[in-house]
Design a binder for this molecule. Structure first.
Ligand code: URA
Length: 243
């Protein structure tokens, strides 16, 4: 990672102020002053000193989120040579992996980390992690349809757990009518949201995950990543009993 990022993550100064510290020769890497902006360090192997003290990261794991665009597969290497989400995170640390999956056509929030224990727990059904989706569906589901999803519906792989579901908006008229449906589920079965909405007769046209485990996608641009802040990381850990 870049030296200024390392200093910021270690709590020394903001990235911009860290650049000043680097430029004025206050930072030593492996015994030598480094005054080059953009210098990269490996926090596992390099010895970095500031103000006479060796500094280290408070947490050596990496945590970030990606706003996945449509058309990318969530796999490391695709047998059909399609673009993968790993193509979008090339600058990130090698061991980071997406926590869970989204279909190729689904967009939105994917959390990434190299904290294996946290990732494993976030995916474990025991912790009932919230996954929030917004789906554009054909037609407008009735209250009766929504009630079925709130109760649970029988799909090929069994009964779904009760979902929170509401209509956010609707557009168009007649056969062109569509609705935006917001769902909160805890499970992560294959194509689950698409299958649930098809079950009630309102197939999905577009699907986006807008939140995961209390982390919101916000206005992150599609295809971009952003690091999680300390509060978000802490909050994730608390939810799975690692706090
Ligand atoms: N449910 C789906 O149907 N697809 C996804 O990508 C995620 C949840």
């Amino acid at each position: 990672m870049r030296l200024n990022r390392f200093l910021a993550r270690a709590g020394i100064a903001s990235r911009r102020k860290s650049d000043d510290l680097i430029l004025n020769g206050s930072v030593i890497v492996n015994g030598l002053v480094v005054d080059e902006l953009g210098y990269r360090v490996d926090p596992e192997f390099d010895i970095i000193e500031y103000s006479g003290h060796q500094i280290s990261l408070p947490d050596t794991c990496e945590y970030f989120l990606l706003n996945k665009p449509e058309g990318y597969v969530v796999t490391r290497s695709d047998t059909h040579n399609r673009p993968t989400v790993f193509d979008l995170v090339e600058g990130q640390r090698l061991g980071t992996m997406p926590v869970g999956r989204l279909d190729m056509a689904t967009t939105g929030l994917l959390v990434w980390t190299d904290d294996g224990e946290l990732a494993h727990r976030l995916l474990h059904p025991r912790f009932l992690i919230d996954k929030v989706y917004e789906a554009i569906v054909r037609g407008v589901p009735s209250e009766g349809d929504l009630a079925k999803l709130r109760k649970g519906v029988y799909l090929d792989d069994g009964l779904t757990a009760p979902a929170e579901v509401e209509i956010v908006s609707s557009q168009g008229v007649g056969y062109r009518q569509t609705a935006c449906v917001r769902l909160v589920i805890h499970e992560g079965r294959k194509r689950q949201v698409r299958r649930m909405l098809r079950y009630i007769g309102h197939p999905v046209r577009e699907l986006r995950r807008v939140a995961f485990a209390g982390i919101n996608l916000g206005d992150l641009i599609e295809g971009k990543t952003r690091g999680l802040n300390q509060m978000e990381i802490r909050n994730l850990r608390i939810q799975v009993g690692l706090g």
